[in-house]
Design a protein around this ligand. Sequence first.
Ligand code: GRF
Length: 204
Amino acid sequence: MLKKVAVFVSGGGSNLQSLIDDSQNAYKITLVISDKENAFALERAEQHQIKSAYFGKNNFPDKEKRTQATLQLLQEMKIDYIVLAGYLSIVPTELIQAYPQKIINIHPSLIPSFCGMGYYGHFVHEAVLKAGVKLSGATVHFVDEGVDTGAIIMQKSVDISNIHTAEEIAQAVLKIEHEILPQALSYLCQEQITIQEHRTIILQ
Ligand code: GRF
């Protein structure tokens, strides 16, 4: 039985699309949850007949009720794993505790560089450009109660020596995100990831 996966989104959903298009067949995307009512990612879900829901300040202004409604839907849908794919809200502790080592996130830098509060979207790539680093890349990591502090599952770098704008860096990194997120999710759903002292080991 394929593992059931919920994807949390806030924006365009290109990472969601890479998961939908993934043909490794190790999981099934059965739910998309957005904290933005007009996220194009919700359109993508609809195009692929994937159940979607908006949980945000317009329909659940009270955060505790929002968390309870989210948890209830995840349980009703028998979700096994959760992927944060361009999701911009902080995941409530209660949700993290309900899905221990079952929530992963894609971050558009090589953690522990350029991550943590305030490092998301274009802010990441602007800081990378300003720092003059020659490599950037993306990271898939487990979500714990910190910001971008969970155990790292996969990373892939890209040489940005000859890239001179934050937008070009973003495009180069997004391409990597679309490669490593489906692969990391496949490892997770096939239970091929173990963690020893904050270091993951992928069982091939
Ligand atoms: C991008 O900045 C990506 O790097 C990050 O989330 C943003 C939107 O991604 N992971 P998506 O196209 O909505 O998946």
